[in-house]
Design a protein around this ligand. Structure first.
Ligand SMILES: [Zn+2]
Length: 199
């Protein structure tokens, strides 16, 4: 995977432009990467919903569980992923960040012996983990990410950091606490951030 003219090129990359985008980042404004989960069923359905004009939401990329990555908005252009948010003395982080959506249904519920997504899909127990969210106190159930997906995200962050001088990788749950819980404790955000900046 490489970045050329603000677009990803390479194997396992799909360009799928979304109409939901703003203007170009102002010089020096692009400083953060915000990690999200889609809370959806799969990469394709999430790309579709992030491209519906009436929803006015998008992200720069969606990374599937198989590592296949869809790019919806060029990296020099504002996408609509952060919403009401605050970080590092700034508000409205869309103007300052690249948004990466990870295909993942998010928090799970236990019903009898089954694990269900918020949209009532059954989840294989091997994809379920119990953990305490950084903004909460009790253990809850979360859908795991795949290694391939995490590695793809890491490589992408390294490339973006190198090319755009990004200074920090943050979670949506950190810039919109109380309102958002993605990417959640299944995403190794703290390790990831250190490794990404140091590698
Ligand atoms: Zn989010």
């Amino acid at each position: 995977m490489n970045i050329s003219n603000h677009e990803l090129i390479g194997d396992k990359i799909e360009q799928s432009p979304s109409p939901n985008k703003g203007g170009k980042f102002k010089d020096g404004d692009l400083q953060y990467i915000v990690i999200h989960y889609t809370a959806g069923a799969n990469r394709k359905s999430s790309v579709r919903s992030l491209s519906k004009k009436e929803r006015v939401v998008s992200a720069h990329v969606v990374i599937g569980r198989d590592g296949i990555t869809s790019q919806l908005v060029p990296f020099d252009t504002i996408a609509f992923h952060a919403g009401k948010s605050e970080w590092d003395g700034k508000t409205g982080l869309n103007k300052y960040s690249i948004g990466i959506e990870m295909d993942n249904p998010g928090r799970l519920n236990e019903k009898g012996s089954e694990f269900l997504t918020s949209f009532k899909a059954k989840v294989d127990p091997s994809n379920v983990m119990k953990a305490v969210h950084r903004n909460e106190k009790k253990e809850t159930l979360w859908h795991t990410y795949t290694d391939e997906q995490i590695e793809t995200c890491k490589k992408l962050c390294q490339d973006l950091i190198a090319q755009y001088g990004i200074k920090q990788v943050v979670g949506h749950e950190e810039i919109s606490p109380g309102r958002k819980i993605d990417p959640g404790p299944a995403f190794p955000l703290d390790d990831f951030r250190v490794e990404t900046i140091n590698d």
